[in-house]
Design a protein around this ligand. Structure first.
Ligand code: WT7
Length: 632
């Protein structure tokens, strides 16, 4: 099975083939997997629905393509290298055979606990190998996993459980993150007070903090696996059966459940992993994301394991117990490909070069970036000091909805250009359009990024709301997938992503809707109205700036601001906490009552020299007041 592109001309040819004959192209890649029954059609696509099916009527189980396919040759090869939060604790090295047995045993346990094909299972767990087992066991039995980042609050967890009507929650007692021991199970208990669909909770012991176990509902992981067999016959699934749901923020208030299905996601994560990172057998790959995000799904778990690779899973954070922690792990496991986010790079860059001194980093062959535009300064720092000037840097653009990397250099093949995601992967057809949807052809153009042809790992729907799916992605530019990002094609034809053009912020590589934060702020009883915008932030990329109209009700402004920040933390989680809250007497509104966010963004960005036309404002006087009270 070799689908690895070897050279730039190889890429150019393969790209051309993939555009000329997409079905033939993907057919060739899908054929190398193990299917129980081949597909009738490679692709069926109706842009009206939109409805997309890849490998239609093909039958398979994704985990057979991780386990059974490799067991004869790779049984003792390391699948997961697990590094704990605390470097003094022993790590774990899990072979393909061991991971297979753990997955089978847990598949049997979930089945015994009543989970059936198609049931939704929410995973709210720390970065421990059991979390990987949980995902793989769901895939094995055909249950649909929905991983919720363990940093989300109990109320965010409850919303997600309710939206997908999960039957089961998989969790742990606590979560070691840096110096904290987060009471994960207690948060689940709180969430379950607001839900009625969950029948069982399986709790994995990790930190040994005391937890309350609800009789009949809560069971221990180690108890439920005790008498289960370590073999399991994989459930045969349809290519379009759901593999997982992952919630992400959009421009409206409620996070949406992005749905991915089995066959196409499998083919694409494997193919993109192999090619972008130029992964070779026996390389050690490390993606520092959390499995609560798509990056963790596709490039900690599915991509590397489908390629029979060795993947590092790290429980902790980059700065604990010291700011050289990432570099220590790279040396310890002789990591060959290292994949992280610009926000982490900037945070570590701010610590200076001293934390790097004890480490060689000479195992590295490829370094990668994901999640937000990488500024040139961070790009060069990363390239020079971590990659030592001789590792290709892959700046990978993609989204929760795309399932896999869409635009990126191929390591060592595509010439590197700082801060440019560069060129589309084979099979991906990006186009740049203006506000009216006209294609902007040629070089030196800037506009909105759309994808004009389906690809195997694309979002299938938003869970439970196909209308929303169509409206969000296929209505702005009918018939095309609209990404929400702005993009520039430079004089060489290389793409540079400019960031979101909608009301979505990108805070430390985490996607956050302005409306979602506003809704949380408005929950505070003293708040009358609020407007949230992003602003440039040195480490986070973007920070969150909230303008709030409120009734102090005897509180001091500072006290209320603290309460508002805590309200957001409680309702969504620490990642959504505003950096700045400014109390204002009014918000700039047009005569039709629409908040003029452009002005708020400029004030938050300290860019007030040219506020543009404010003549259509209903209340132009508030603009001056807002500028005077600005807190940046
Ligand atoms: C948004 C998607 C899937 C990766 C994790 C984030 C931004 C992502 C890049 C990049 C510039 C990037 C975009 C995109 N983004 N990667 N290399 N350069 N921007 O997934 O939470 O779904 O967010 O992240 O704005 O739309 P996500």
């Amino acid at each position: 099975m070799n689908h690895k592109i070897q050279s730039l001309s190889g890429y150019i040819n393969e790209y051309q083939e993939s555009v000329d004959q997409p079905e033939k192209f993907w057919n060739g890649i899908a054929e190398s997997f193990h299917w129980q029954k081949p597909w009738d059609n490679v692709l069926s696509w109706e842009s009206e629905g939109p409805n997309v099916k890849w490998f239609e009527n093909g039958k398979l189980n994704l985990t057979e393509n991780i386990f059974e396919r490799y067991l004869f040759t790779h049984a003792n090869k390391t699948a997961i290298l697990w590094e704990p939060n605390d470097p003094n604790e022993e790590g774990r090295k899990i072979s393909y055979l061991e991971l297979y047995e753990m997955t089978c045993q847990f598949s049997n346990a979930m089945t015994s606990q009543g989970v059936m094909k198609g049931d939704r299972v929410v995973i709210y767990m720390p970065m421990i190998p059991e979390a990987a087992v949980a995902m793989l066991a769901c895939a094995r039995i055909g249950a649909v996993h929905s991983v919720v980042f363990a940093g989300f609050s109990s109320s965010a967890l409850a919303d997600r459980i309710n939206d997908c009507e999960a039957k089961m929650v998989l969790t742990s007692d606590g979560n070691f993150r840096g110096s904290k021991n987060i009471p994960v199970k207690a948060l689940v208990d709180e969430a379950l007070e607001k839900t009625t669909c969950v029948e069982k909770v399986i709790v994995c012991k990790r930190t040994k903090i005391k937890v309350t176990m609800v009789e009949g509902r809560d069971v221990w992981w180690h108890d439920v696996i005790k008498n289960e067999a370590i073999e399991h016959k994989a459930t045969v699934l349809d290519s379009e059966d759901l593999l997982f749901i992952l919630y992400t923020s959009g421009s409206t208030g409620k996070p949406k459940g992005v749905v991915h299905s089995t066959g196409g996601y499998m083919v694409y994560t494997y193919y993109s992993f192999l090619n972008v990172f130029q992964y070779k057998q026996n390389d050690v790959f490390w993606c520092t994301a959390d499995i609560g995000w798509i990056t963790g799904h596709s490039y900690i778990i599915y991509g590397p394991l489908l390629a029979g690779g060795t993947t590092v899973m790290f429980e902790g954070i980059p700065t604990f117990p010291h700011p050289g922690r990432f570099w220590e792990i790279i040396d310890k496991y002789k990591v060959n490909q290292f994949y992280t986010a610009p926000t982490a790079i900037r945070a570590l860059q701010a610590k200076g070069l001293e934390p790097l001194e004890p480490y060689k980093l000479d195992s590295l062959k490829v370094i990668g970036s994901v999640g937000e535009p990488i500024n040139e300064e961070a790009w060069h720092w990363y390239h020079d000091n971590i990659g030592k000037g001789n590792c290709p840097l892959v700046d990978t653009w993609w989204q929760t909805e795309t399932g896999g990397i869409m635009i990126s250099p191929l390591a060592g093949i595509t010439p590197n250009k700082p801060a440019h995601a560069s060129l589309p992967l084979p099979g991906i057809q990006p186009i740049i359009v203006d506000a009216e949807g006209n294609e902007l052809k040629g070089n030196n153009v800037e506009g909105n990024l759309c994808i004009k042809f389906p690809w195997p790992s694309m979002i299938r729907t938003t869970y439970g709301d196909h209308k929303r799916f169509k409206e969000t992605y296929f209505t702005t530019y009918p018939g095309m997938y609209f990404t929400g990002d702005g993009v520039k094609r430079d004089h060489d034809g290389y793409l540079r992503i400019l960031g979101r053009v909608d009301d979505v912020m990108n805070v430390s590589g985490h996607r956050m809707g302005t409306a979602e934060v506003e809704n949380a702020i408005n929950e505070h009883p003293n708040v009358i109205e609020s407007a949230v915008v992003g602003f440039p932030h040195e480490i986070k990329g973007q920070g969150i700036y909230a303008y709030v109209i409120c009734d102090l009700k005897g509180l001091s402004g500072e006290a209320l601001i603290d309460e508002i920040k805590n309200t957001v933390r409680k309702i969504i989680g620490p990642i959504a906490k505003p950096d700045v809250v400014q109390i204002v007497s009014g918000l700039p509104k047009t005569r039709s009552g629409k908040i003029m966010r452009r002005i708020l963004r400029k004030v938050a960005s300290k860019d007030i020299s040219n506020l543009g036309d404010t003549s259509t404002l209903l209340n132009p006087e508030v603009v001056d007041q807002i500028i005077k009270g600005a807190k940046n």
